[in-house]
Design a protein around this ligand. Structure first.
Ligand code: FO1
Ligand code: CA
Length: 332
């Protein structure tokens, strides 16, 4: 049995090769939900969906989000309508805290659908519609994710970290904003002061998540702040990681990051933007997989390989290095 903690791009890339090394039937993937937003009344779970679409063989692997060859007619029409009506473009937050059905709507991640600021593909939207409707019928996000996993023919067990809303809020020189506003609308341009996981104190890790954390855990090369941070902010998660073997794959080669805003967000939250900073953020990690070109001395067992992943063969190589790292901490 093995459990992967998954954020946006790095860990799904690793999962692409992991099935050759770890039996998918014995693999659980815990998805970050700190990036989730409600947009035009639909709940979007980008990190969970990347794993879902990847497992279903339909992920757009140029962008590593959304469905390949999806159309965007509804999104384009939303922009056309808003423009014709003279409505301003850009993210529009909703302020009320209405409870709808079983869905715990939280205002700090709620956006109106006017001029939809994230590009939601037409097939992608069908997933959000189905998810939101099943939540409104009273199902938990865990149950809905299992249903969608079956629909996409997933061979791994995919679970959201929590059924409760948590939102990664980025505090910037232009005010506080949701991670999706920072990343998609602002292209990560504002200077960052801090990152907050709003709702995390009141949110519970699901029992499925806590039970998966009794197995050996792989922290993929995801963003330590916005992909893994929301999970670590939940009660019981770090404690569980302290009790089980953990191998982390660095998303850096020394101080060079592979993709995304990790460096900026790490510096803002008090970590060095480097492999050494990742090791500081993961005190529970028992061993690391580092790139061949990464000479960081971590005082913890390390296995080195080429960690750049552009193909399934690359991902398999990194997954084999993960297995070797587990051997270093005496877990088969
Ligand atoms: N990323 C973008 O840069 N622009 C988008 O318009 C966009 C839309 C989008 C829609 C659905 C989805 O699941 C993901 C989407 N992403 C988009 C990716 C997302 O913003 C982040 O890359 C992930 O949250 C990172 O973990
Ligand atoms: Ca540990």
């Amino acid at each position: 049995m093995v459990t992967f903690l998954a954020g946006g791009t790095g860990t799904p890339k690793l999962l692409d090769g992991a099935s050759a090394v770890f039996d998918p039937a014995d693999t659980t993937v815990v998805g970050n939900t700190g990036d989730d937003v409600e947009l035009g009344g639909l709940l979007i779970c980008p990190d969970v969906d990347t794993v879902l679409f990847h497992g279903g063989g339909v992920l757009d692997t140029d962008r590593w989000w959304g469905i390949e060859d999806d159309t965007t007619e509804t999104n384009a029409e939303l922009h056309r309508l808003a423009d014709a009506a003279g409505l301003a473009d850009g993210p529009r937050y909703l302020d009320d805290e209405t409870q709808v059905g079983g869905r715990n709507i939280a205002r700090w991640r709620r956006f109106s659908g006017v001029a939809e600021f994230m590009e939601i593909g037409d097939k992608d939207r069908a997933v959000h519609l189905t998810r939101t409707s099943l939540l409104d019928e009273g199902n938990s996000l865990t149950e809905v994710t299992r249903t969608l996993g079956d629909a996409f023919g997933l061979s791994v067990d995919l679970v959201p970290m929590s059924d409760d809303p948590v939102a990664s809020i980025v505090h910037t020189d232009e005010g506080e904003m949701h991670f999706q506003e920072f990343w998609v609308a602002e292209r990560a341009a504002p200077a960052v002061d801090d990152v907050e996981f709003r709702g995390a104190e009141d949110a519970e890790a699901t029992s499925e998540t806590l039970s998966a954390l009794t197995d050996p855990v792989v922290v993929g090369p995801s963003n330590p702040v916005t992909s893994i941070g929301p999970m670590l902010a939940l009660d019981g998660v770090e404690e569980a990681l302290n009790e089980t073997p953990v191998v982390a794959v660095s998303p850096f080669v020394e101080d060079e990051v592979f993709s995304g805003p990790a460096a900026k967000l790490m510096e803002a939250t008090g970590y060095e933007a480097s492999t050494a900073g990742v090791a500081d953020a993961y005190p529970f990690a028992d061993a690391f997989v580092l790139d061949d070109g990464d000479g960081t001395d971590l005082n913890r067992p390390t296995v080195q390989t080429d960690t750049k992943m552009d193909s399934r063969a690359d991902a398999e190589r990194v997954a084999r290095a993960v297995r070797e790292a587990f051997a270093e901490v005496e877990v088969a």
